[in-house]
Design a protein around this ligand. Structure first.
Ligand code: F6R
Length: 609
């Protein structure tokens, strides 16, 4: 949810911290702060709002020091305010934190009873208070931090340092991520890889229940109980430029345009064109034959849930295994029939979504096999899964998901093909045709991207509307939902997605001359039926915006706008149809002047329930 950055070395810490936070700003952005150790005393600067505000404050009130921590916050306890912004100090101890301390009220009461005074409404402050309390009882900094983290319940990733100790940062984590970047005579701590890529590619990931002592010379990892842990560093191959905006006005637009490459990267090394098959050796980790699997549960949240809805169509068609799709936030509280003959496939860009993680844990505990589809290396969800199929979308910075979504669809297509071939439900010839179609998709996306100018015009023409309706059928109905979600998220216009055939059961009452109705109309067996649904829209004056690969005269006659896209096989059409909807949402948001990359009230990764 929030961004964490820590530095220890011989360079000016505040600059490095702010730059790192800038790369993480997408994770949370209602307030920000940094703290550095200056002449043996920690000084803190915090502001409400964006990092620009913090930078302005640092310009008038600079911070020296070569050791420090920085944070961008998205409020969970207490409103956004300077007082609630991190870092939080208690006595000599200063802390930053991601996650939620579930027992903080209990801990706070006990600390208040000992005479401690709290200065914020946050759960985080109990951490610095606890450590400082233990130090006042005679423990050294490391022992005090260890004692404190053992008392915390909930999810946390923390970085902490202390007035009297110039030599180290301490970091600890349970459910939310911490990555340590290894430099020469300097080291870094962050909540996500992009923050440190400018400085190093050698990283260590902390596991749950571990803490690390980070000095200029090195890193000591241990469990909360003090058992030493040996951990090999890993090398990250992301280019720092990919984490920046390139020539685009917004990350969102850049990420929309990165989709051809993102899909190629997701297929890379996995396609066996000759055999009409795909190669997914990572699935061997599942330790089962697909013939033992009777039912697949697909689960996710938000956009990733829309990918699951499409995935059901593809998996059932190619693999002929029954598939259930659930919101992770619902799945975790119902009583699904999990067992050794079920497979849970959890789809998550960040790999940190709390509800999806909980669903994974439920399924694993009930004996189901768990496979995750994820974009972030070694995130919590992949780590809890038996096998992981990584999408290779690269860092997705804009809060609204685009390239992660279409790479999720790609991964689900690869998975379905794999299972279909393994079970003999797709023969070699059919497999070859399906692989061939997939391999062509990146260039069809590239062609679809050239419709940008037309969509920009449409956005200007209809962008004043207060509501939009999105219609699709069959496998493209989830894309109508996704189109509506994208518009809502970034332009703040109310939008609903519906299966076109459902319209006459209620939503038709909404249609009037003000309502833009975006309809997805690929040439498939549903084409004629959807067209007849559209005639009902036209009869009531609705403004039809059609996205189609079949601009027939009948359609041209009733639609106000027709956006023509290339033809793809029906199981890949959802990928292509998503592209104009992403661009429409983008240009409407630009027309309305919203904060495209960081829409209000949203955060990139939702690590709380
Ligand atoms: C919408 C969006 C969200 C996420 C959802 C799940 O554009 O990005 O709806 O899809 O919060 O996030 P992940 O995929 O990280 O689990």
């Amino acid at each position: 949810m929030c961004g964490i950055m820590g530095y220890i070395g011989d360079r000016e810490a505040s600059r490095i911290l702010v730059d790192g936070l800038r790369r993480l700003e997408y994770r949370g952005y209602d307030s920000a702060g940094v703290a550095t150790l200056v002449n043996g005393h920690i000084e803190v600067r915090r502001t409400v709002g964006k990092l620009d505000n913090l930078e302005k404050l640092l310009a008038t009130s600079p911070l020296d020091g070569t050791i420090g921590i920085g944070h961008t916050r998205w409020a969970t306890h207490g409103p956004p305010s300077e007082q609630n912004a991190h870092p939080h100090r208690a006595g000599q101890v200063v802390v930053i934190h991601n996650g939620i301390i579930e027992n903080y009220l209990e801990l706070k009461e006990a600390l208040v009873a000992k005479g401690r005074t709290f200065h914020s409404e946050t759960d985080t402050e109990v951490i610095s208070q606890l450590i400082d309390e233990h130090m006042s009882q005679g423990l050294d900094f490391l022992a005090a931090a260890r004692a404190a983290v053992k008392q915390l319940e909930g999810s946390f990733a923390i970085v902490v340092f202390c007035d009297g100790d110039k030599s180290r940062l301490l970091t600890a984590k349970t459910a939310t991520p911490i990555v340590i970047g290894l430099g020469e005579g300097e080291n870094f701590v962050a909540s996500d890889i992009p923050a440190i890529l400018d400085h190093t590619r050698q990283v260590l990931f902390l596991e749950d229940g571990e803490m690390a002592e980070v000095t200029r010379q090195g890193v000591n990892v241990s469990t909360f109980d003090g058992e030493p842990v040996e951990r090999e560093p890993r090398r990250i191959t992301w280019d720092p430029i990919t984490a920046q905006k390139g020539g685009f006005k917004h990350f969102l637009l850049k990420e929309i345009h990165e989709q051809p490459q993102a899909l190629i990267d997701t297929m890379l090394g996995r396609i066996r064109q000759e055999e009409g098959d795909v190669w997914l050796p990572e699935l061997d980790q599942l330790g089962t034959e697909w013939s033992n699997i009777r039912r697949i549960y697909l689960t996710a949240c938000g956009t990733a849930w829309h990918a699951c809805l499409v995935g059901k169509f593809i998996l059932e068609e190619m693999a002929r295994i029954p598939v259930d799709v659930d919101y992770a936030s619902e799945l975790r509280y119902r009583k699904p029939i999990f067992g050794p003959d079920t497979m849970l496939v959890a789809v998550s860009q960040s790999g940190e979504t709390a509800d999806t993680l909980a669903a994974v844990e439920e399924a694993a505990a009930a004996g189901s096999k768990v496979l995750s589809i994820c974009n972030v290396l070694d995130a919590s969800i992949p780590r809890r899964s038996r096998a992981v199929l990584y999408t290779h979308a690269g860092p997705e910075i804009s809060v609204a998901s685009t390239k992660a979504f279409t790479t999720q669809l790609t991964a689900l297509y690869l998975l379905s093909l794999h299972v279909g071939r393994q079970l003999g439900r797709l023969d070699e010839a059919r497999g070859r045709a399906l692989v061939h179609d997939l391999v062509n998709i990146p260039s069809l996306i590239q062609e679809t991207l050239t419709r940008g100018k037309q969509l920009e015009k449409i956005a200007k023409k209809y962008g004043h509307a207060s509501d939009f309706l999105y219609l699709g059928r069959g496998i493209n109905y989830p894309i109508a939902l996704e189109g509506a979600l994208k518009l809502k998220e970034i332009s703040y216009i109310h939008a609903e997605g519906y299966p076109a055939g459902e319209m006459k059961h209620g939503p038709i009452a909404l249609i009037d001359e003000e309502l833009p109705v975006v309809v997805l109309l690929p040439r498939d067996p549903m084409y004629a039926k959807t067209l007849s649904n559209l005639k009902e829209v036209e009869a009531r004056g609705g403004r039809i915006i059609a996205i189609t690969d079949a601009p027939t005269p009948d359609l041209e006659e009733i639609a106000w706008e027709v956006v023509t896209i290339p033809r793809a096989n029906h199981m890949l059409a959802p990928i292509l149809l998503s592209i104009p909807l992403q661009m429409l949402a983008y240009y409407v948001a630009c027309y309305r002047g919203t904060d495209v990359d960081q829409p209000r009230n949203l955060a990139k990764s939702v690590t709380v329930e």
